[in-house]
Design a binder for this molecule. Sequence first.
Ligand code: ADP
Ligand code: F6P
Length: 320
Amino acid sequence: MKRIAILTSGGDAPGMNAAVRAVTRKAIHEGMEVYGINYGYAGLVAGDIRKLDVPDVGDIIQRGGTCLYSARYPEFATEEGQLKGIEQLKKFGIEGLVVIGGDGSYHGALALTKRGFPAVGVPGTIDNDIPATDFTIGFDTAINTVLDAIDRIRDTATSHVRTFIIEVMGRDAGDIALWAGVAGGADDIIIPEHEFDMKQVANKIRQGRDRGKKHCLIILAEGVMSGHDFADQLAEHGDFHARVSVLGHIVRGGSPTARDRVLASKFGGYAVDLLKEGKGGLCVGILNNELVASDIVETLETKKHHPDLSLYDLNHQISF
Ligand code: ADP
Ligand code: F6P
């Protein structure tokens, strides 16, 4: 392929810019032309497409968000939207597309592939909920942001002998809560992929108090219930002076960590290698520290992401 395009879609994630930079620079290095599509699939359908040159992706590796902007654009799930998108790509002479985004964005890439247009998915979401990869771009930054919040909240929890419920993003996935919870020494981690018993949560807090423990930190994934609903249910089992802190979109922004920048650079370079060889219909990932390319149809139709539940068990053994 000689001319490719790139878009970022769905929730922005720190490191997306590093991936845009890597795709653009690697493609130019390989003698290819690169076009940037603004606002994800919305911009694709609208033809909001521009050529990217070396300076266009300068000074962005350290920035959060995405310089190509993003959008939630449900119209791309329709045949009309997809055909219009392919028409725009052909109008610009584009032969292959790199899609950086999460699960929904992958479904857009899958639709293009099924209609005969080669697309390569690059996993970019703070949620880490994509199959065929151990890690997604943005996850490492997100968990470090949550960790910073946990450490700060711990100061107040200890000073006032309070229980804190810290609600974190992750849509339907518990990875952010799980990893940040283990790193932050959380007393309990509540995730959608594992059942919990509120009575046991309350007993654990009580046992800690009886031993003279001052703080209690519970990290709650938003996919289970809201922090306020959790606090109301906990209050039925005793008065723990619980406060709720909802971190929300703070977890999605900020400068990417070194790990996310390196991961994004690897994924971006690899996506270009694949398209250069004429290979589309794939999604890239990292499994056991090896870059892999998986069939996007098979991945989305047969594979599911599962969090590392050994971390959940470990937390119960070491945090009380
Ligand atoms: P994420 O990619 O972060 O999971 P979304 O779920 O919002 O975020 O998906 C991003 C975009 O991908 C959507 O706004 C839509 O344009 C496109 N998309 C989502 N689902 C589909 C689908 N089933 N078919 C085609 N495009 C889709
Ligand atoms: O997928 C990323 C994410 O931040 C989820 O963790 C969260 O549930 C969702 O996006 C929020 O979406 P929005 O920014 O559209 O409200």
